[in-house]
Design a protein around this ligand. Structure first.
Ligand code: ASP
Length: 435
């Protein structure tokens, strides 16, 4: 039986692991155990091991792939064209995602329960007066500048050590570009050196990917085991609409907007792309980290979808940190929900500000679990709500994080396909490629 499972394609293995994880998590809860160790601790251990293995790959993978990608694109013109298209795709899709969020949160008004702001129903003890006083918030536009300041790291080694990927990416782009500007003998040596590192990192990724079913099982079982059924029931009645607004908006983005772009801009089958990306999407779902998923995303886009190494190397590492459609959408819905719950009427201008700040902060948000929360505090500061209001959504954040991270990863992968096609690649998602 076990050997039959091992013969299945990786995405089936991961899917089975996911289903088993839900059952195991429900069965184990937080207290059941064996030989004095709770199952919860066992899940945590193996989950952390898998996350560590993924994270271990990230820095050398990102640096080598961007350097190889940028150097491979060649001179400034090719880089400017691909960079321009990539940024345009990122900005457009994130903007669409936010608008979808805005639409659903305005239509479903999750922050209003039985005609009352949810704050009253939930019995939160922050009065309107305090909200007005909080208008002069300490968090605000300055924080957004901070997000962009990290883009140029003062110490590139420290940026790598602290996981400041944006800074690292900036440095790697510069490095890759200037490889094309030095003497040929050195340029060739440099290119081969980084290409070698990239190949080694992809091989290591192959191995880690084989453990994905175990990792996904452990991570998801831990989340489910950590939940309290009574809490879930009470959350369902108060935060159910909020949950639904986020999930519906995310689903519309992933099932309608992005497939339309794949169909009409890239002229490829969205269904085949979903199949190609399945392992990465499930990993994103269980790790709630688009950075940790990056090695798998790159494998799936290159090996399953057939996008060239040149495009993948450039578009994906950048996308994992900069392009976060799910996150941007979530930030907008969460901020609007909290505003509704506090009985704040948001004018068109304020809503527009929310959209803009969500777009900007989503660029700087790290691809790690719960990273949106920091960005949401910034938005709350800008619209004059107290930061404690964030407490409203914490209970459902982890689960929604799993959904939005999968959307982040899927959008990055669509970006790679679309840009690859615009660059004239013919082999992307062709029928004969066995998935
Ligand atoms: N967890 C998300 C990611 O890694 C970021 C977030 O929205 O919290 O993509």
């Amino acid at each position: 039986m076990f050997s039959t499972v091992l013969k299945l394609k990786l995405h089936w293995q991961i899917l089975i692991a996911l289903v088993l994880a839900v059952l195991a998590g429900i069965f184990a809860g937080k207290t059941a155990g064996i030989a004095g160790i709770t199952f919860y601790e066992i899940f945590s251990f193996f989950g952390a091991l898998f996350m560590n293995a993924l994270k271990m790959i990230i820095i050398p993978l990102i640096v080598s792939s961007i350097i190889v990608g940028v150097a491979g694109i060649g001179g400034g013109e090719g880089l400017a064209r691909m960079g321009g298209r990539t940024l345009l795709y990122y900005a457009t899709t994130s903007f669409f995602a936010i608008l979808l969020g805005l639409f659903f949160v305005n239509v479903l008004t999750p922050g209003i329960i039985d005609g009352q702001p949810a704050q009253l129903v939930l019995g939160l003890d922050v009065e309107q007066g305090k909200i007005a006083a909080a208008k002069v918030a300490e968090r605000g536009v300055g924080d957004i500048a901070g997000v962009f300041l990290d883009m140029v790291p003062s110490n590139v080694v420290a940026a790598a050590a602290n996981g400041q990927l944006l800074g690292l990416i900036f440095f790697a782009i510069l490095f890759g570009y200037f490889i094309t500007r030095i003497q040929e003998a050195y340029a060739e040596a440099q290119y081969n050196f980084w290409q070698g590192i990239l190949e080694v990192m992809m091989k290591i990724t192959d191995v880690v990917m084989k453990f994905a079913p175990i990792g996904v099982f452990a991570l998801v079982a831990k989340v489910i085991a950590g939940m309290d059924p009574n809490e879930i029931l009470s959350l369902a009645s108060t935060l159910g609409w909020f949950f639904l607004s986020v999930v519906l908006a995310l689903a519309t983005h992933v099932l309608v907007v992005l497939p339309l772009l794949l169909k009409f801009v890239a002229k490829v089958s969205a269904k085949r792309h979903f199949q190609a990306m399945f392992p990465a999407l499930l990993t994103a779902f269980s790790t709630a980290s688009s950075s940790a998923t990056l090695p798998m995303t790159m494998e799936c886009v290159e090996k399953n979808a057939g996008v060239s190494n040149k495009t993948t190397s450039f578009v994906l590492p950048l996308g994992a940190t900069v392009n976060m459609d799910g996150t941007a959408l979530y930030e907008c819905v969460a901020a609007m929900f909290i505003a509704q719950a506090y009985g704040l009427e948001l004018s068109f201008t304020v809503q527009f500000t929310v959209v803009l700040v969500a777009l900007l902060t989503s660029i700087g948000v790290a691809g790690i679990p719960a990273a949106s929360l920091v960005a949401i505090t910034i938005i709350l500061g800008v619209i004059g709500l107290p930061v404690e209001a964030l407490g409203l959504i914490l209970a459902v954040d982890r689960i929604l994080d799993m959904f939005r991270t999968s959307v982040n990863v899927f959008s990055d992968s669509c970006g790679a396909v679309i840009i690859g096609r615009l660059e004239g690649e013919e082999n992307i998602l062709q029928e004969e490629k066995a998935l």
